[in-house]
Design a protein around this ligand. Structure first.
Ligand SMILES: Cc1cc2nc3c(=O)[nH]c(=O)nc-3n(C[C@H](O)[C@H](O)[C@H](O)COP(=O)(O)OP(=O)(O)OC[C@H]3O[C@@H](n4cnc5c(N)ncnc54)[C@H](O)[C@@H]3O)c2cc1C
Length: 382
């Protein structure tokens, strides 16, 4: 078998590793970013190791997130919602752009609606600019959609193709992605934040027919990005796109964000608003709307729709120090290890509002990832 490897970034042009370290169990979600040549420990995908199965609704907008200022009488509302499957990924960047939209508004007292990743990050940046900030969330961490996120650093499930978005949106998106990625780099491996690097494999049975399109946000954001056609190394898969990915453990991360907001003098309150008029009763006249899917009802944005995702968490396996995504005839499968669990996922259902776990889907995931584990184990034995 001829192994073909295509390196895509300058970073990947560095000399090949001379010798491989011996395999020793890594600590998942820790300070390891092992080389791709190191062994891959199979996931124990069994019902007896299941901790829970959860469902979350990604706040999806066909035309991408809404990041703009709107005037309601004497009030300014800055919208920052609709980040689909990548709100954690884009958080620092979109929050930065949102805060910049307040430049020139002479008010220092603000309300932030929403206590998910977008609201808390926006609040933190406002506090650092000297604003007085009150955060109002119908749900607070750990009960937000942000706590359900993967959260693999990668913009995905954000908009419905290039024809659905404007040039202005694409510019906002690229800038936001680049700001956010740099910020997460600085948080990596600080145990207080739960941000870490991990080797990540996008596995396909066969090479794609068309040449790979570079990521809009820039291939350089993916450390060591390369494609490889080497089924012997990659468990029989004919094609892999791989890189060292940034991962964010949302439970640790959101806890840290809440603490950072409070330490900086922000107030976080549980409060749900039924209508926009209720929002306008607040004393603050500068309002950041970070309500995610809630913006649909609250501000009547009919473009918002759920993109439902279901995840099954298994008992942690410290030796699993890589993640993957792959397609199967039954749907996608992805796996990310964390300190507290091994996360199995693979569903995106547009327009489905149900928060009830689908048992058929749960079984598909457990079985699909078990098959994947067998494939990995067999390849390690060979
Ligand atoms: C299964 C799954 C996997 C995902 N994987 C990833 C991933 O790998 N990487 C990634 O970056 N992202 C991922 N996401 C997407 C990510 O979770 C979202 O994009 C992100 O959480 C959106 O953040 P948010 O703060 O805008 O919304 P939310 O976290 O939903 O927060 C919204 C806040 O607004 C509040 N709110 C809403 N309406 C009102 C109201 N009327 N009054 C008061 N408060 C209100 C809510 O209570 C909450 O506090 C995933 C999502 C799911 C479901």
């Amino acid at each position: 078998m001829i192994a073909r490897r295509r390196f895509l970034t300058a970073a990947a042009l560095s000399p090949a590793l001379g010798s491989l370290p011996a395999f020793s169990p890594a600590r998942a979600a820790d300070d390891h970013a092992r080389p791709f040549e190191a062994p891959y420990a199979p996931v124990l995908s069994q019902p007896s190791r299941e901790i829970r199965t959860v469902v979350g609704l990604r706040p999806y907008r066909r035309s991408g997130f809404r990041l703009e200022r709107e005037k309601f009488g004497r009030r300014d509302v800055i919208h920052n919602y609709g980040h689909g499957g990548c709100g954690v990924t884009l958080s620092w960047g979109c929050a930065q752009l949102a805060v910049e939209l307040a430049d020139g508004i002479d008010r220092k007292r603000t309300a932030v609606l929403g206590a998910g990743v977008m609201g808390l990050t926006t609040a933190l940046l406002l506090l650092r600019r000297g604003y007085e900030v009150s955060v109002y969330g119908g749900a607070l961490p750990p009960h937000t959609t942000s706590n359900i996120a993967g959260a693999y650093w990668h913009p995905t499930t954000l908009f419905a193709g290039r024809e659905a978005v404007t040039e202005e949106f694409l510019m906002q998106f690229v800038r936001a992605a680049r700001i956010a990625q740099r910020k997460f780099q600085h948080l990596a491996n600080d145990p207080a934040y739960g941000v870490y690097y991990m080797r990540y494999l996008n596995l396909r049975e066969a090479p794609p027919l068309k040449e790979r399109t570079p990521y809009i946000e820039g291939d350089d954001l993916y450390t060591g990005l390369a494609t490889e056609e080497n089924p012997e190394r990659y468990f029989g898969y004919g094609y892999v796109e791989r890189h060292h990915a940034l991962m964010i453990d949302p439970d640790i991360y959101l806890r840290a964000l809440m603490q950072a907001v409070e330490n900086a003098g922000g107030r976080i309150m549980q409060k749900n608003f039924e209508t926009a008029d209720e929002v306008f009763d607040l004393k603050e006249r500068l309002i950041f709307n970070c309500t995610g899917l809630g913006a649909k009802a609250l501000f009547g944005d009919d473009a918002m729709a759920p993109a439902r995702g279901q995840l099954t968490m298994l008992l942690p396996q410290p030796e699993v120090d890589y993640g993957y995504v792959t397609g199967t005839p039954e749907g996608y499968l992805y796996m990310f290890p964390r300190k507290s669990s091994v996360l199995l996922g693979g569903t995106v259902e547009h327009g489905n509002w149900s928060l009830e776990p689908d048992q058929g889907e749960r079984i598909r995931m457990l079985a699909g990832h078990a098959q994947m584990a067998q494939r990995i184990a067999a390849a390690q034995r060979a």
